[in-house]
Design a protein around this ligand. Structure first.
Ligand code: WTA
Length: 632
């Protein structure tokens, strides 16, 4: 862990602790973290059962947890459907006419859905999908921009028991094709275009290309936003409006077993192949519901704005499912943070009186670069709780975020993963804050920092972040790859190894330092070095390639690649551009290396594995640590 000790010193030097304002604590759902935490850990099953009791079930569970290491089942025998808790539960009561969703387009257009309207739209879409022959257990790939149909499509699938696989709309055709093929999707839901910085991003064309070689897909449903509308090819392709127009607004939610899959979400790991993380209806519903309620202290009056994309897990858990289960009003704008100007998000906060704002360190650093003048122009007094997720937040960015929003909003630095489904380590708004630390585990969660053998390490010493017992929203498997699932619990026996390096301080606060494996976080996007390398190697000129993450003041990390060209190809600027374009085409814009260096040698182990650690240490000018396995 090159450089870890220095990082720890720097982080713990800034000693100031930020106490939450008394009025925040007084009215919070959780006022005494220590007490709630200790009780939860004495009997976690009872704790989770009590939470589950706040939600609606068709049928109660017989057993809270069945733990057959490393396989877990939660709320065994329970029957439910997550959409009943997102929609029906509210529509039966006073929230029927409460605003569930406010969408705002780049051009200022807006669309508003009450809970009642959203339920009707979801049901129409659910019935439409049924009409296409989509049913329980079928997979549906959703490739949409940030528009309300994203919510509707996800919820409609869940309603009828179909398994959605949302693919981030910034992925290329090939990346989309791989995900459709792995899931063997029966239908794809997409749009003609998304809008970004005033430009129309063509999505339908990408889908067309992706569908070459995916025979499982029977139907493509297209949300058409442009005029004249893009041409469709029936019967396989059909228009979204046509699908829902004739459909009934009533659709009974399919009765699901608590352990039935809700969705697959592909994420990057240490091999070139993305893994399909599988989440289920029951436990996921319980874990995301309560974390959203307690971490953001979500109340009925709140307007909730999470800047993530539904293509990532944050969007699944904390834009769509959990805020709706809590009956929140969700603000959901399309477009970039600095278009038409860097005041975009601040102006939305003012205009819609946003009270809860959940974003990423990269976004905060980007806003910070634009300067104080932008937040200063707007009235941000509606803000109550701030959040961040996706990568470690540096104390400087934390302090800026805190200061420009009035030095009165707790910042919840939430640590979690696609695999965990829910927030795992985080301050609750009643907890004193240390800038840069994700504070303490959520109630019911036992976390630790250990060495390779699983022995806890002393405070202020770096080690592997682990979770010591199962939790309800944990992933249940990796789609079609149970062995890969087991690895998480077997890397260090009996605990879940997250793949992150962390340390704890004297107060038991967790500080996450970054990934321990070959996963990098570029602007909070998760990418596997192996994916980038295999994209490069698929170019005819490339013999070998290695990718590493290199620290960057705004993006957290950027991608740097080292390339060995094949005989007959020469390094040149044109070749650099060609290879970057190739990665863009293969994976998508987020995976394009910022730096590409030609080399004729890569450090390797005797068994031929590239030692990225050595490349990285060399790049950063630090000691590479143990290099005894290096071949030369
Ligand atoms: C990193 C995103 C530090 C971490 C929800 C983790 C964080 C990976 C934090 C999962 C945080 C997430 N502080 N690092 N608050 N939150 N991470 O699956 O390395 O896209 O393992 O899920 O993001 O990324 P994923």
């Amino acid at each position: 862990m090159a450089g870890t000790e220095e990082k720890i010193d720097v982080l713990t030097e800034a000693k100031k602790v930020y106490d939450p304002p008394a009025e925040v604590v007084e009215s919070a759902w959780v006022r005494d973290y220590d007490q709630v935490y200790e009780q939860s850990i004495e009997d976690p099953e009872r704790f989770w059962a009590t939470i589950a009791g706040e939600l609606e079930w068709f049928n109660p569970w017989d057993r809270v947890l069945e733990w057959d290491y490393p396989w877990a089942k939660w709320f065994v025998g329970g029957r439910c459907n997550i959409t009943v808790n997102c929609l029906d539960r509210h529509v039966r009561g006073w929230r029927k006419n409460k605003v569930a969703l406010i969408w705002v387009g780049e051009d200022g257009a807006s669309r508003v859905f009450t809970y009642g309207q959203l339920l009707r739209e979801v049901n129409r879409c659910a019935n439409g999908l049924k009409g296409l022959g989509v049913g329980k257990g079928d997979r549906v790939t959703i490739y949409l921009p940030r528009i309300p149909e994203q919510f509707i499509a996800m919820l409609a699938c869940a309603r009828i028991g179909a398994i959605h696989s949302v693919v981030y709309s910034g992925f290329s055709a090939q990346a989309l094709r791989d995900r459709i093929a792995d899931a063997e999707a029966k239908a794809v839901i997409t749009a003609d275009v998304g809008y970004h910085r005033g430009k129309a991003v063509q999505l339908k064309g990408i889908v067309d290309e992706a569908l070459e070689g995916t025979p499982s897909v029977e139907h493509v449903v297209v949300v058409r936003r442009q005029t004249p509308p893009v041409e469709l090819h029936p019967p396989r392709e059909l228009d979204w409006n046509q699908l829902i127009e004739q459909a009934s607004p009533r659709c009974r939610a399919e009765v699901m077993d608590a352990e039935d899959p809700l969705y697959i979400l592909y994420t990057s790991g240490t091999t070139g192949k993305p893994k399909g993380v599988v989440h289920v209806h029951g436990g996921y519903m319980v874990g995301t519901y309560i974390t959203c309620k307690w971490v953001f202290d979500l109340k009925d009056e709140d307007v909730y704005f999470c800047t993530a994309d539904p293509g990532w897990v944050t969007g699944h858990s904390y834009i769509v499912y959990a805020p709706l289960m809590n009956g929140a009003t969700v603000l959901f704008p399309e477009g970039a943070l600095d278009y038409p100007d860097p005041g975009r998000w601040w102006s939305l906060i003012e205009q819609y009186e946003v009270s809860i704002f959940y974003s990423t360190p990269t976004a905060i650093r980007a806003l910070m670069k634009y300067g104080d003048e932008w937040p200063r122009r707007y009235d941000l007094s509606s803000l109550r709780i701030l959040g961040t997720v996706g990568e470690p937040i540096n104390p400087e960015a934390w302090l800026w975020y805190y200061r420009v929003t009035g030095e009165r909003c707790p910042i919840v630095d939430t640590w979690w993963q696609t695999e965990t489904g829910m927030i795992m380590i985080t301050p609750l708004p009643c907890v004193p804050l240390k800038p840069g630390s994700a504070a303490r585990p959520f109630p019911g969660i036992e976390a630790d920092v250990v060495d390779r053998e699983g022995r806890p390490v002393p405070p202020k010493q770096g080690g592997f972040l682990v979770i010591k017992r199962p939790w309800p929203a944990m992933k249940r498997t990796i789609y079609k790859d149970p062995q890969r699932y087991e690895q998480y619990w077997k890397t260090i026996p009996n605990v879940y190894t997250a793949g992150d390096v962390a340390f704890r301080d004297e107060d038991g606060y967790f500080w996450i330092l970054g990934r321990a494996d070959d996963v990098i976080k570029v602007s909070g996007y998760r990418l596997g070095t192996a994916e980038i390398e295999s994209a490069l190697v698929s170019h005819p000129a490339v013999a070998e390639a290695a990718a590493i993450g290199k620290p960057d003041p705004v993006k957290g990390e950027i991608i740097k690649t080292f390339v060995i060209l094949k005989e007959g190809y020469a390094p040149s600027e044109a070749m650099v551009e060609e290879l970057k374009a190739h990665v863009r085409h293969t994976l998508g814009p987020i995976a394009v290396p910022s730096e590409l260096e030609f080399t004729d040698w890569l450090p390797k182990t005797r068994s031929g594995k590239i030692m990225r650690r050595v490349l990285k240490a060399k790049e950063l000018g630090v000691d590479p640590g143990d290099i005894s396995t290096l071949e030369e």
